[in-house]
Ligand binder design. Structure first.
Ligand code: PLP
Length: 452
């Protein structure tokens, strides 16, 4: 029912191979040319503008199954060959533990790990690689900030502000800290249209506010608050701000200095990188004031029975052998998306999400959260009289469509909306107009199947 070799596609593929025949050997340039050919072709066919997705599918081994319709990148993105090959090669040819070795393998592994930190720093627009601490995930990054910075700087009577949009990862660590320190935890609410209530934020922000934790792109709604404006307001009250970039980094260019974030957290696995690696960005002067989170090897300068001198940042926060191959894999993922161009990815996904909104609007049983035009990267919806779990199961069993059903780690929001769960279709760079059409047809089939 999908991906027939339509004549226009064959012609397009021949045209697309021209830049390669001309032996343009710089990777980004080839992509640029191919992308351009696609764009120029867009007048020929309604699907032309979506060719970035079709082009990059070949880079992801999982799409060897042509029937797979993967619409769950907000939970985790698939991995391109470039990432898999880089990690495999590292283990096969250049593997050793870092920092302590004097022999070539260890020196090389240390170099690669340090390079990975530089790549992450540049990707986020940090001032220096030392502002990047490798963690297991966005979750661990939030916990590091809470345990280290939070325990030192948040005390009794202080307040932490979060929002109703937060993923549990950027909610529970702050709730735990507030309980431990007898600090207040205030939750900024939403307006009727489910955007963040900035007036409520201003009301709840005060000189007692030590930290404001807010998502850059809400994983259970598909839009985000105006972080630059919020950060300015928070800073005026002397509060620090932590931005949860777990969703946003994969969808558009990010520059932490452009909005002056104090902390920024993300995970590698939603950015086409491996699991088990993420990062905490913090401004250097903030990191330097933070005590260690975990003790162990690699985070010390010297240890004696009397006491321990801690290493400088960021090593102070990376106790023990880190996820070396994970950091290297994450850097490969960042190099992969950077070669495609984050602006190109954003433009591609913008077209796709508009198409997704329009396709969903044609199905009367589907009730999206949020109006057409509001979404980035994903749409959550309910389906008349069918529980999201049953719907997701049907879509998977009958149509090979992978979507997520549940509370998306955002129970406070769903409690507020008085719905137990939603179905979420989320996009990645490899998605195509075909994927959206299959989802649409599958949902129409579900409407017939569950009719009663
Ligand atoms: C996925 C996600 C997280 C948590 O990421 P982990 O990789 O599970 O640590 C945090 N915030 C948002 C917005 C997310 O989407």
């Amino acid at each position: 029912m999908r991906r027939f070799a339509k004549p226009w596609k064959i012609v397009k593929n021949i045209i697309k191979s021209f830049p390669l025949l001309l032996s343009v050997n710089s990777f980004p340039e080839v992509l640029f040319l191919e992308h351009k050919v696609c764009e120029e072709n867009s007048a020929d066919t309604a699907r032309g503008p979506f060719c970035l997705g079709e082009r990059v599918r070949r880079d992801f081994p999982v799409f060897a199954d042509p029937k797979l319709v993967y619409l769950d990148s907000a939970a985790s993105a698939q991995k391109p060959d470039a990432v898999l090959r880089t990690m495999d090669e590292f283990y096969r040819t250049s593997y050793a533990n870092i920092h302590r070795g004097v022999y070539p393998l260890s020196v090389q592994a240390t170099q690669s790990y340090d390079d990975a930190r530089r790549v992450v720093a540049q990707f986020l627009g940090a001032s220096a690689p030392e502002e990047i601490v490798f963690t297991r995930s966005a979750t661990e990054a939030a916990n590091l900030a809470a345990h280290s910075w939070g325990r030192k700087f948040v005390g009794e009577g202080d307040e932490i502000l979060v929002t109703l949009l937060e993923h549990h990862s950027n909610f529970v660590p702050w709730q735990m800290l507030a309980q431990e320190k007898r600090a207040g935890l205030k939750v900024v609410g939403l307006r009727d249209d489910l955007t963040l209530d900035v007036d409520d934020f201003v009301r709840k922000l005060s000189a007692r506010t030590k930290l404001f934790c807010v998502t850059h792109l809400a994983n259970a709604l598909g839009w985000g608050p105006p972080v630059a404006e919020l950060i300015e307001l928070a800073h005026a009250q002397g509060a620090k701000v932590l931005i949860d970039g777990a969703q946003s980094v994969a969808h558009a260019p990010v520059n932490v200095r452009s909005f002056d974030a104090d902390f920024f957290i993300f995970s590698g696995h939603k950015l086409y990188g491996p699991t088990g690696i993420g990062a905490l960005y913090a401004r250097r002067e903030i990191l330097e004031e933070m005590p260690p989170f975990m003790g162990g090897g690699d985070m010390i300068r010297s240890v004696s029975i009397k006491g321990t001198m801690y290493a400088d940042v960021p090593q102070r926060f990376e106790a023990g052998t880190p996820h070396i191959s994970g950091a290297i894999g994450l850097a490969a993922a960042i190099e992969y998306v950077s070669a495609l161009g984050m602006e190109n990815i954003a433009a591609h996904e913008e077209k796709l999400v508009r198409l997704l909104e329009r396709r969903l609007a044609k199905i009367p049983q589907v009730k999206p959260l949020g109006p057409e035009g509001a979404h980035r990267g994903l749409v959550c919806f309910t389906f008349d009289n069918v529980h999201p779990h049953d719907l997701a199961q049907f879509l998977s069993d009958k149509f090979n469509v992978a979507v997520r059903a549940g509370h998306h780690c955002n129970q406070p929001l769903l409690e507020h909306l008085r719905i137990p769960a939603t179905t979420r279709a989320s996009l990645g760079v490899y998605n195509t107009a075909d994927d959206i059409e299959v989802l649409g047809e599958a949902l129409e089939a579900a409407a017939r199947f569950f009719k009663f």
